[in-house]
Ligand binder design. Structure first.
Ligand SMILES: *Cc1c(COP(=O)(O)O)cnc(C)c1O
Length: 402
């Protein structure tokens, strides 16, 4: 009995993650595993997060491993956590926080919109949480929440501000220090264009102080008979205990779990690519291709979904035209053009398509291909669009710099 070789098609991936892997990252993945490269990787991560924090390292596991590591390490039984929700991933933050014993207070805005920071600050004043946890770029709705004012308000009131920047990091400006973010979680398979399997995080000395307090309690338990209340302060997870991961990532390199060396090589190479390109240049590239894509879609006669003032540059959501079967369009794109775009979840299921233009997937060939293919497929489905206008409008944008 023999098993066939893996032979995946080289499809064009225009989803909001996972995206096409950088060829250099694929090569790095096949490097023989021996040398560890931790200090330099931490240095590059600090630059990615635009922070002077001592701690910046990846957590092994997909992005939600990073969310879980941060939340489980700072949440103690009964802590009040405010999670403003404007899409699917706000619900994930809520769920994780609840599992670790938090009393979560939610506020919601309609999907396709973000919060007015003043509204969140008002709720912070009312709820007086220990932690505020928020998503920066909501891939489910294609929206991006302004964070600076909320971060400043949290710092002023000594509240910890935790941000899910999984979808935005490396594609959009994320200023951890300037926006007073205490802990920030990124992702590898989105704008960094590495495979999934690691979650880069960073946190500051305010978070570190809390972690060390909880670690001391744990160490003290062996010697004294601690009360139930004290005992309950121990971090609930071993794998995700950031105080242990700090030792693991410190110069003493205390062993915690086996290093995911190949993934570390992949992450390191993706960071090298980001820093070689330059953060500003990279953000500008994402905005530029976004403009070509949006102009193309609009010229085709399609309507974008969501409030354009708070659009996440790396994800573009399109309202599915009346009478068109969104899933049939997606499967024809995949079958005949080998191009993958995404649908959405919950209340938006069947209502929108989502096109990601992230990292290595964010390039001219992909933007023009997705526009051309979408035009053809929509004509095939009998949609009333302006055929051939979309690609031309995008080409106009590209010719501006030719
Ligand atoms: C993709 C994504 C996640 C979850 O990432 P996984 O790697 O699937 O665990 C979390 N938050 C946001 C905003 C995302 O876009």
């Amino acid at each position: 009995m023999s098993y066939r070789d893996l032979n995946p098609s080289l499809r064009t991936i225009m989803t909001p993650g996972p995206v096409e892997t950088e060829p250099r990252v694929l090569r790095a993945l096949s490097t023989p595993t021996c040398r560890t490269i931790r200090p330099r990787t931490m240095e590059m991560l600090r630059k990615l997060f635009q922070t002077e924090n001592k701690w910046a390292f990846p957590v092994d596991g997909t992005s939600r491993a990073g969310l879980e590591a941060v939340l489980c390490s700072i949440i103690e039984q009964g802590d009040v956590v405010l999670v403003p929700i404007y899409g699917r991933f706000g619900h994930l933050l809520t769920e994780i926080a609840q599992r670790y014993g938090a009393e979560v207070v939610n506020m919601e805005t309609s999907w396709g919109q973000v919060f007015d920071p003043a509204e969140v600050i008002q709720e912070i004043e009312r709820v007086k949480p220990k932690i505020v946890a928020m998503v920066h770029g909501e891939t489910s709705t294609g929206c991006m929440q302004p964070l600076k004012e909320i971060g400043e308000a949290c710092r002023e009131k000594d509240i910890l501000f935790v941000v899910d920047a999984v979808a935005s990091i490396g594609g959009v400006d994320v200023r951890v220090d300037e926006w007073k973010i205490d802990a920030c979680i990124g992702g590898t398979q989105k704008c960094l264009s590495a495979p999934s399997g690691m979650a880069p995080i960073t946190f500051n000395s305010r978070v570190e102080a809390l972690l060390l307090q909880r670690k001391n309690i744990e160490q003290g338990l062996a010697e004294q008979k601690a009360s139930e209340a004290v005992r309950s302060r121990i971090i609930r997870s071993n794998y995700f205990d950031l105080s242990q991961l700090m030792d693991y990532w410190s110069p003493t390199r205390l062993n915690h779990h086996t290093e995911a060396t190949s993934m570390l090589y992949a992450l390191r190479e993706s960071l090298r690519i980001v820093l070689e390109e330059g953060l500003e240049e990279r953000f500008a590239r994402h905005r530029f291709h976004e403009r070509a894509l949006v102009k193309g879609l609009q010229a085709m006669g399609l309507e974008l979904y969501g409030d354009s003032r708070s659009k996440l540059p790396v994800v573009t959501c399109i309202s599915i035209p009346e009478g068109i079967d969104g899933e049939s369009v997606r499967s024809m794109l995949l079958r005949d053009f080998e191009i993958e775009i995404a649908s959405s979840f919950g209340p938006l299921k069947g209502k929108i398509w989502r096109i990601g233009a992230m990292g290595f997937s964010c390039r001219k060939k992909n933007i023009l291909s997705v526009l051309a293919a979408l035009e053809a497929v929509l004509v095939r489905h009998g949609a009333k669009i302006n055929p051939s206008k979309g690609v031309q409008a995008a080409l106009d944008v590209y010719q501006e710099i030719a």
